[in-house]
Write a protein that binds this ligand. Sequence first.
Ligand code: FES
Length: 112
Amino acid sequence: MDHNWIAIGHIDDIPLRGARCVKTPDGKIAVFRTAENEVFAIEDQCPHKGGPLSQGIVHGKAVTCPLHNFVISLESGKALGADEGEVRTIPVRNIDGQLSIAYQAAALVAAE
Ligand code: FES
């Protein structure tokens, strides 16, 4: 399937081991930057009780939910350890630091 690539800003807009939240018509997407400068995008909604994963702590290629400490893989979107659940992952493109996410819908408003 072809992707629509939607520009979401520069990698330097995201703090190291941090995230920013992008609003889409389908909900919020959390875009993470790891300590190794890799970028991942997943739904900004914890599979446990909907906590804002973009406000969680990034470690390695995972994020810990700020509410009840579920650990979610940024690569697979799956809860790690004994916890169960999964969030959607979204492809990210990084061209010279300019980030885009793949999305079906045309309208997209970046959260400031
Ligand atoms: S809402 Fe994320 S761990 Fe409970």
